[in-house]
Design a protein around this ligand. Sequence first.
Ligand code: GGG
Length: 332
Amino acid sequence: MKLCVIPGDGIGHEVVPVAVGVLQAVLPGLQLVFADAGWEEFCRNGKALPERTLAAARECGAVFFGAVSSPMQLVEGYRSPIVQLRRELGCHANIRPTLSLPLASSRNGIDLIIVRENTEDLYVGDEQSDGEVAVAIKRITRKASLRVARSAFELARNAGRQRITIIHKANILPRTDGLFRDCAREVARDFPEIAVDEMLVDTAALRLAQAPESFDMLLAPNLYGDILSDLAAAFGGGLGLAPSLNLGVAAAIAEPVHGSAPDIAGQGIANPLAAILSVAMLLRVWWQRPELALRIEQAVRATLLDGIATPDVMSPGVTTQHLARVVIERIR
Ligand code: GGG
């Protein structure tokens, strides 16, 4: 087993090494290949995703990506390395669970998964501007919509889930979002045991804010999935505890949902649990080792139950390193 480890920017350098330590506690034989990507790498060498990093990721198949700080304004030659990496590795589905956790969550009873299409929609950033008019292309294809829907329904079947809610805005965007919705409905016919409903994205945002426990799984186009999953994460204890897995046929990228958090980078207080829970997803879904994933998840839960967390969850909190050490002790 080989893992390509890309810490990226900011707190990626802090949470990724400790999450790798947790992974090694359950998988001691794991071979690691470290690689660079991100804004810091772009500033050093002029490429946010160097060829050698892409080659290492392709060779390993399993990738662990930390965080990236893409600039808020146009920088010639720069493209988001994580968006490129997801596309280059064909990771067409982004799986983002939110779970009520002890100590951290503001509500009980939440156990939902958002499956987000990962390769197209406005999120690819296909923009043009002449200074007066700016245009972004929202491209939705039948192929990508069917592919992500099938992954979502297969995941639902394997995880024993009951219902998938298809998210769209087809009343305003009947061609693009309508196509996404119709493809999801088409795939749903092959999974009669899973109930299907649909919801406009604005209604889904309201419902998520009011009653997140009422959802089981949500299937969404790229941009809506990005936004709704951050909203859902607020109930799971915030972005510091929100894991994700980018899933493809030949590769998977485990990736905490949070970004590089420049405001706290370098202080040693970043919450490593999103990164730790992301590698657990890699174990469960990609390496098909659910028993090892469960050991990590139970250790995280036990740590929180003991009242140990970083400052984003409680005050005074412990350091990143301290929290990871406690999780490893609970695993052993
Ligand atoms: N770990 C996910 C992450 O870094 N999120 C921030 C993000 O994706 N920002 C957009 C970008 O920098 O490309």
